[in-house]
Design a protein around this ligand. Structure first.
Ligand code: C2E
Ligand code: CA
Ligand code: CA
Length: 729
């Protein structure tokens, strides 16, 4: 070890003079503080390293950490050397001193390599600790060998070994502290960090002073004691301390700044994550707000937004748009008879039919709620809208199986065109709606384009509604006409059907088809029906007094009236007020009204039937009623719809149907009325096939009460109806 200037062993007696050496207390303290500052800075760098993922930044913090430890330990060592006071001149070899700094850097690198690894085995930890300890010891003894003086240095082997041991122990402790030191922001964490730094500093200083303790300086007798030149060691020590502290402070400041920056980055990331979460939440809200959950089509709100955009587009480009309203015919009936689940299933199938019929991806299909759909399409050619409407109707013809039943649905369609029929979305939607009503009015399953005459019709209807309301309130203008129902077996008029008329102040006599739709659409129909009921009972009572005590009265009952629980009570009341027996009243209920209120009607019909009032199913053959269902209802009479009679005898098919209905009705113990009988041929055909009652212009048109007497008289006197045609209204 001579090459390192290390000489071991006892000084031979008398051959050399042992020098009395000491340390400057102030500089020792300074050295310790520098060691602590270096440790503190190193812990700070380790903390940064742990919180940085970016590889380049990690390398930077690793080198800064290695530098802080190296500078701290080396400066501690050097200042401690300057604290050493001996009665001889001491100088330092610069090259060797710098070499010792390089060795300190190697020790720092080992420490930082250890702190940079995510995991480390005990063996690796031990090896690094030992390597680092040896490097620090080496730095110390290389630093010692930089001393140039007339005295010789001898080392005590035991203390020398101990200094290496202390160095290794201090290094292991340092590594342990670095690896397990957790950063944080609390005050406790700062205290811990400071304590760890003090402990690490103490470890390094112990290494140094154990090494110093191992050293003895001796003068050979031949050497003269040169006077000790003024030592500027203290100044140098302070300079080195200041430079070191500056380096360490710079590193720590950089670490603090980085930490703050990272904190801000984290905040920013958190804010960004929060914003994107908010965005997602907003998007799903938007979806819920703009889409229909059942069919996943756009809903009315979503449609309005898109419609506004499309209108702007077309305004700019001068193109055309078609707005198509679709309403599924008799959907309510399905919903009421098969339940809402089946109704929903049906709607999804229909939605997919409509979507598949649409060809252009930019065209919009929306569900407006219930069974109302709307399609928006850009028109390339005028006929595009009609073609699409026909495609939709074509797809609808495919039977749909739901709830164990196969059914064929139809749809009514109304179309308005931008810019021909309006320029605002409200106007276009309203006009498409008017066109849709036109389709429904004309027997459904049809397509209608908007035309300005519809608009005037709509305004007229609004006015009509007002006037009807007024007429009902005042009891003015409304009138009942009566049409005889002839009993084929007895050859007498057995019943009358009450049919409403309205003498309108401007339009004259209006038939019910002119105003019943308005009444139905505005909820006036129940009021109208109860007015008819009361008036018909009153008139029947008058007829009884006028010599027709056994005539029965048939009164029509609309679907909405049939859905009201108060109906049996109102009927009983009207009968009581007129002083009539319930057996003299018959209620005519259409097939469609029965089917659309299927759940509630059965109970109501039973109550009405229990009063003693008879029930008749009107317009039979036009609806969907199933025989099984009819069998369960407390019905008395079945009225075959006029449409089956009008082509008799020309249509053999209709004749077969009518025969079949009569047989079927009789097997269900129902009496059969045939309405709309206009010719003798029809009369004879029906009589020969066992029909029970006849009603039609052949016998009499509906007439007001005032004209009924003569009609009844004529029909009673001349029992041959063919001779008794009366040409009244
Ligand atoms: P409905 O119950 O089927 O009434 C029979 C309709 O056929 C009546 O038309 C009657 O005038 C007409 N008619 C009778 N015999 C003949 C014929 O031989 N040939 C032709 N072409 N027609 C004939 P109206 O009075 O116009 O009534 C139409 C519908 O209005 C009725 O059909 C009924 O559903 C409804 N309605 C009439 N009055 C009332 C009422 O007071 N309340 C309710 N809710 N509905 C009514
Ligand atoms: Ca009727
Ligand atoms: Ca009828």
């Amino acid at each position: 070890m001579e090459w390192l200037g290390l000489r071991f062993g006892e000084l031979s007696n008398g051959s050399a003079l042992l020098l009395e050496c000491s340390h400057n207390g102030f500089l020792v303290l300074l050295a310790y503080l520098i060691a602590c500052a270096g440790s503190f800075a190193t812990l700070d760098m380790a903390d940064r390293l742990r919180h940085t993922e970016v590889p380049r930044a990690r390398t930077r913090w690793r080198w800064t950490g290695a530098g802080c430890l190296a500078v701290g330990v080396w400066a501690m060592h050097f200042i401690s050397m300057l604290a050493f006071e001996a009665p001889v001149d001491l100088h330092y070899d610069l090259v060797i001193t710098v070499a010792s700094l390089v060795i300190a850097l190697a020790a720092g690198c080992l420490a930082v390599d250890c702190m940079g690894r995510p995991t480390i085995s005990w063996l690796q930890f031990l090896c690094t600790g030992v390597g680092m300890g040896l490097a620090i010891a080496l730095m110390h003894y290389v630093g010692m060998s930089a001393i140039r003086s007339h005295a010789a240095m001898y080392y005590d082997p035991a203390l020398f070994s101990l200094s290496i041991g202390v160095s290794i122990a201090a290094s292991l402790a340092t590594l342990g502290i670095i690896r397990h030191f957790r950063s944080g922001n609390g005050a406790m964490q700062h205290v811990l960090k400071l304590s760890a730094s003090l402990l690490m500093g103490a470890g390094f200083v112990s290494t140094h002073f154990t090494g110093m303790n191992a050293m003895n300086m001796a003068m050979h007798p031949g050497h003269m004691f040169a006077p000790v030149t003024t030592n500027n060691g203290q100044q140098l020590a302070l300079t080195i301390a200041a430079v070191t502290l500056m380096i360490l402070a710079g590193s720590v400041s950089a670490a603090i700044a980085d930490k703050k920056l990272q904190g801000k980055e984290h905040d920013l990331q958190r804010v960004n994550a929060l914003l994107s979460q908010l965005d997602q939440a907003r998007a799903s809200l938007q979806h819920a707000a703009h889409y229909d959950a059942l069919t996943n089509l756009i809903n009315r709100r979503g449609f309005n937004q898109i419609f506004a955009d499309k209108l702007l587009e077309q305004q700019a480009s001068g193109g055309k748009l078609a707005i198509m309203f679709l309403d599924i015919d008799h959907f309510k009936r399905i919903n009421d008879s098969l339940g809402h689940a089946a109704g929903d299933e049906l709607l999804t199938v229909i939605a997919s039919h409509i979507t598949h019929a649409v060809r252009h991806p930019d065209d919009v299909v929306a569900r407006f709620g219930g069974d109302e759909f709307c399609v928006l399409l850009a028109l390339e050619q005028q006929q595009d809208a009609e073609h699409l409407a026909r495609r939709i109707m074509q797809r609808m013809t495919a039977p749909i199986s739901i709830a164990g039943r196969r059914m064929v649905m139809t749809t009514s369609i109304g179309i308005s065109i931008y810019p021909d029929d309006g320029t605002t979305s409200e106007e276009l939607l309203k006009n498409a709606d008017l066109a849709l009503y036109q389709s429904k009015d004309s027997g459904r399953n049809s397509i209608h384009f908007f035309s300005p005459s519809l608009r005037t019709r709509a305004t007229l209807e609004l006015q009509l509604e007002e006037e009807l309301r007024h007429a009902l309130r005042e009891g003015s203008g409304l009138e009942l006409f009566y049409q005889p129902i002839f009993d084929l077996r007895s050859g007498t008029v057995a019943k009358l059907e009450a049919l409403i008329r309205w003498q309108h102040p401007q339009h004259g006599w209006l038939a019910p088809d002119r105003f019943l739709g308005v009444a139905e659409a505005n909820g006036l129909i129940t009021e109208l029906d109860s007015w008819v009921l009361r008036r018909a009972c009153r008139d029947l009572a008058r007829l009884s007094l006028a010599g027709h005590p056994s005539l029965k009265m048939a009164v029509n009952c609309s679907a909405s009236t049939l859905g009201r629980d108060a109906l049996p009570g109102e009927i009983a009341d009207a009968l009581a007020k007129a002083g009539l027996k319930p057996e003299r009243l018959e209620l005519e209920v259409t097939e469609n009204a029965l089917m659309s209120n299927i759940a509630s009607t059965a109970g109501l019909l039973n109550q009405i039937r229990e009063l003693g009032v008879s029930l008749s199913i009107d317009d039979f053959g036009t609806g969907y009623s199933s025989l099984a269902y009819l069998k369960r209802l407390p019905l008395d009479t079945l009225k075959i719809d006029r449409s089956f009679i009008q082509d008799i005898p020309a249509s053999p098919q209709d004749m077969e149907i009518v025969q079949a209905i009569i047989i079927m009705a009789h097997s269900l113990r129902l009496q059969v009325v045939t309405e709309g009988v206009e010719t003798l041929a029809q009369y004879e055909f029906l009589q020969s096939h066992g029909c029970d009652y006849l009603q039609g212009y052949l016998l009499s048109r509906p007439v007001p009460l005032s004209q009924l007497g003569p009609v009844l008289d004529r029909l009673r006197q001349r029992q041959d109806p063919a001779v008794g045609r009366v040409g009244e209204r």
